[in-house]
Design a protein. Structure first.
Lengths: 249, 315, 300
């Protein structure tokens, strides 16, 4: 495991001053736009993502196979989102991959059986990329789905984790930490059921360490879930109170 | 353009609102029509020369040298300016370079998914390129570092997040605001042996230069509905229009100049109408430009040089 | 030639949450995956599912109990139709013996040729000629008002317009809001005292049009559109003002029904119709309307 930067200082702090298990600061908002059925904005540190959901609506005939719900995703990254300018916002291998992973993780959460012959479009747009792009995109997509009133088994949230040189697991990896060459593990989980909907790992580490790194990412997922849940509840209270809960009674 | 379905009756309603309501004979010259302009009343209560309220914020993308977000009713544009050092074109050794890129995000409408928005994006890029082409509209010399050797290249990356009509105007306003916000690191050239110059780029993020944006053009879409011309069409009004003029207006010494114009849409218009459209566009462009500059300065004074935080998409 | 253009700074953006105010009794809100209660003795309704003998929420919203039926209603979603609902819909496609229409539902809805009134009396048989004339009656893009007659197995709504109050819509304006903002009431057609009529579709599509005179009453239900008639300026002003008021209420997340719209309209009179597009004005209208609605609630 040589040839890469030490990610922890002697005081046990990370490059951006966080402790190993600390998440970056999360801010989010539901219902950012009016035209989509659901939308959300999410910031995790300097990674900023917009997500929009259209549907459920009638599935397009050419795509429909049988009666199943079609979950259609697109991952796109603004050309100015990275420090080095990107040539195109999508269509490259990475965004195709993320699109598939989004589809995979969201399918585990959406109650597809309720939406026969329908289609849900989920579009994410990364405005600023500073690590854990996929994870933040998925979290934003979950919020947008909730905003659209689509039935879910539960929140599906993603978190990344890595391992410092001294084998201390790190939560929520920033871009600098990603490129410093440590291993990177991304997990999308249904935290309450403790189910893993998607997992991806790069670089190498010893199998003995896998367990702890997975647990670190899972702990991160649980923490993010709680933050998102609080945000959703606050949002509901705000819009419900404005109309004095008239639509409820 | 995002597809908006309208019935004949809805179109008629929009059309009648744009036209003079009382049975006043129609004149072709703008001067005579303006006598009755008080009569016009669009679906949202505006007159033919009114814009919908806009909202502006600059400096909200930290990875870009300059950025701006402009919301015009439901139209939402985010622009980031990225910079890079390049070699000038041999034909114009003293000029820097600008490249536009427009991406229509699928967040705006599912029709833009994949390559669905590329035609619209291309149209917007061409309009902007046209408008910025003249060195009098944009002073390319300010981007020159060493004539014939090194210059700045600006990438103006435009992201369309929501579509509510009148994209050209919104995009050009956002681009100008982003350029105003752009900070280029200060570059000093040192002469090395054998006539080779070396560039030293300042590391200090506050040691930077700005781009002159006084003459940077704005686009004004003048949309012809029925026999009349109006500005800032909504998406529904765009459907009712057969032809529009995109007029690009560049200010110099407090006077509006035309820095390019083209027609969009399938229809045709009379020569007099076209001239009237251009006149209207110039006049609107001048006022928009004043307003934009005023608000950019107001924002600058309020946030100060070290911006504490941005509003962005929160709140 | 001067223009009314206005650029505001994001720094001054209105905080719409300020309308929430201080509420003493907040209902409990649930989020997807949250356990509502043990299943025993209850039935699960919309927005819930059963897992490990518990009823669990699948959407974010408020709990609703009707006898033993437990459901969670999201505060925003696509339109979920119920039989008897009034909707405003747009024709997407003319098919054989049926029109495919958009009602903002999960699936496209259907209007059968046998569910519309044809010219020449209600009890006429549908002939092959009628089938050929379908596009003449309702073409793609046309708007109709209708009632939900039936819900097919997979959720497709079947509409009908066989009542004189339903049918093709003539000149006017469509405003789209989230369906949950339209209050379910007995009446969805209103001739407002301000001088225009609105159809508050349960599906969130709201139609604003000039009020029809007495002699034209009952003229709807057919397929007549008077495209030569010019709506006078005075009526246009009312319609534009209503449009902007409805959008302001929707922006403030206030419920839409005849009273709230009428209040908003009255509060808006101190502004020009075009000023109602400004966020601060929209906020003001929302706040004033909210205050008046709360006063009425107190009296009740």
């Amino acid at each position: 495991m040589s040839g890469r930067l030490e990610l922890l200082s002697e005081q046990g702090l990370r490059l951006d001053g966080r402790r190993p298990h600390e998440l970056r600061h999360i801010k989010c908002k539901l219902g950012v736009f009016e035209q989509p059925d659901g939308s959300a904005y999410m910031e995790q540190g300097n990674t900023k993502v917009l997500a929009a959901v259209y549907g459920p609506h009638q599935a397009k005939a050419k795509k429909a196979e049988g009666n199943e719900l079609i979950i259609n995703c697109q991952y796109s990254q603004a050309t100015f989102s990275t420090s080095e300018r990107k040539n195109r916002p999508r269509g490259d291998r990475k965004s195709q991959e993320f699109k598939m992973y989004l589809q995979q993780a969201l399918s585990a959460a959406i109650k597809s059986e309720l939406y026969p012959r329908s289609q849900i479009d989920i579009y994410v747009e990364v405005l600023q990329a500073d690590g854990a792009n996929y994870a933040v995109s998925l979290n934003a997509a979950t919020l947008a789905l909730i905003d659209a009133g689509i039935c879910l088994n539960e929140f599906v949230v993603a978190c990344t984790a890595s391992l410092s040189k001294s084998n201390i697991p790190l939560t929520d990896i920033s871009h600098v930490e990603e490129v410093s060459g440590g291993p990177k593990l991304t997990i999308a989980a249904l935290p309450t059921a403790e189910k893993i909907a998607f997992m991806e790992m790069s670089e190498r580490f010893h199998i003995d360490q896998l367990e702890t790194v997975i647990e670190t990412a899972m702990a991160g997922c649980r923490e993010i879930r709680d933050i998102l849940e609080a945000a959703v509840k606050e949002h509901l209270i705000h819009i419900g109170s404005a109309a004095d809960w008239a639509r409820v009674c | 353009m995002a597809y908006v379905a309208l019935s004949e009756a809805e179109k008629t309603f929009i059309l009648h609102g744009v036209e003079v309501i009382s049975s006043v004979p129609l004149f072709n010259s703008l001067f005579k029509v303006s006598l009755f302009l008080q009569e016009d009343f669009r679906c949202d209560g505006r007159s033919r020369r009114d814009y919908r309220p806009m909202e502006l914020e600059t400096g909200l993308v930290s990875n870009a040298s300059g950025s701006a977000r402009l919301r015009l009713a439901n139209t939402d544009i985010l622009v980031g300016v990225k910079t890079e050092i390049d070699v000038p074109n041999p034909l114009t050794p003293e000029f820097g370079k600008i490249e536009f890129f427009v991406d229509c995000s699928a967040n705006a409408t599912p029709e833009f998914e994949g390559r669905g928005g590329s035609d619209l994006a291309q149209e917007l890029i061409l309009s902007l390129q046209n408008a910025y082409e003249s060195p009098l509209a944009f002073d390319y010399r300010t981007l020159c570092l060493i004539p014939g050797q090194q210059c700045w290249k600006l990438y103006i990356d435009i992201l369309i997040l929501e579509c509510g009509g009148n994209l050209h105007d919104a995009v050009s306003l956002a681009a100008k605001a982003a350029l105003y916000n752009t900070k280029l690191p200060r570059v000093t050239a040192t002469l090395l042996d054998a006539g080779i110059t070396d560039l030293i780029i300042s590391d200090n993020p506050y040691d930077c230069t700005r781009i002159g944006t006084d003459a940077v053009p704005l686009l004004v879409t003048v949309c012809k509905i029925g026999d009349y011309c109006l500005v800032d069409p909504t998406a529904e009004e765009e459907v009712c229009s057969t032809v529009s003029m995109v007029v690009s207006v560049s200010m110099r010494n407090e006077t509006p100049f035309l820095s390019g114009t083209h027609m969009t849409g399938g229809g045709s218009m009379h020569r007099d109408t076209m001239l009237n459209c251009i006149q209207l566009g110039l006049s609107m462009g001048e006022q928009l430009n004043k307003l934009l500059v005023k608000m950019l300065k107001a924002e600058e004074t309020r946030v100060g040089p070290k911006r504490p935080k941005t509003v962005g998409f929160l709140k | 030639m001067s223009t009314n253009a206005m650029i505001e700074l994001a720094l001054d953006r209105v905080d719409w949450n300020d309308l929430a105010g201080n509420q003493e009794q907040l209902p409990r809100v649930f989020t997807p995956g949250e356990v509502l209660m043990p299943e025993s003795g209850f039935m699960r309704g919309h927005g819930t599912f059963v897992e490990e003998e518990n009823i669990v929420a699948s959407v974010a919203g408020v709990i609703e109990k009707v006898n033993k039926l437990i459901s969670v209603r999201p505060l925003k979603s696509r339109y979920v139709g119920e039989i008897g609902d009034v909707v405003v819909a747009r024709v997407l496609e003319v098919g054989q013996k049926r029109w495919r229409v958009d009602t903002n539902s999960r699936l496209d809805s259907t209007l059968l040729l046998s569910s519309v009134n044809l010219p020449g009396g209600e009890l006429r048989r549908r002939s092959a000629e009628d089938e050929q004339m379908m596009r003449h009656y309702l073409d793609e893009g046309d708007l109709i008002s209708a009632e939900v007659q039936n819900i097919f197995e997979e959720g497709t709504l079947s509409l009908y317009t066989r009542s004189l109050k339903y049918g093709k819509l003539s000149q006017g304006m469509l405003v789209k809001v989230f369906p949950a903002l339209v209050k379910r009431r007995k009446m969805h057609f209103h001739n407002l005292p301000c001088g225009a009529s609105v159809i508050l579709g349960n599906n969130g599509y709201i139609w604003i049009a000039p009020t029809k005179g007495e002699e034209q009453e009952g003229g709807e239900g057919g397929f007549v559109q008077n495209l030569n008639e010019v709506v006078p300026r005075s009526e246009r002003e009312v319609i534009a003002r209503l449009r902007n008021c409805i959008l302001a209420l929707a922006k403030c997340k206030l419920m839409l029904y005849d009273t709230s719209i009428q209040y908003a309209y009255e509060e808006s009179l101190k502004y020009e119709p075009r000023e109602l597009l400004q966020q601060h004005v929209m906020f003001d209208i929302g706040q004033q309307t909210q205050a008046r609605l709360r006063d009425v609630d107190l009296v009740d």
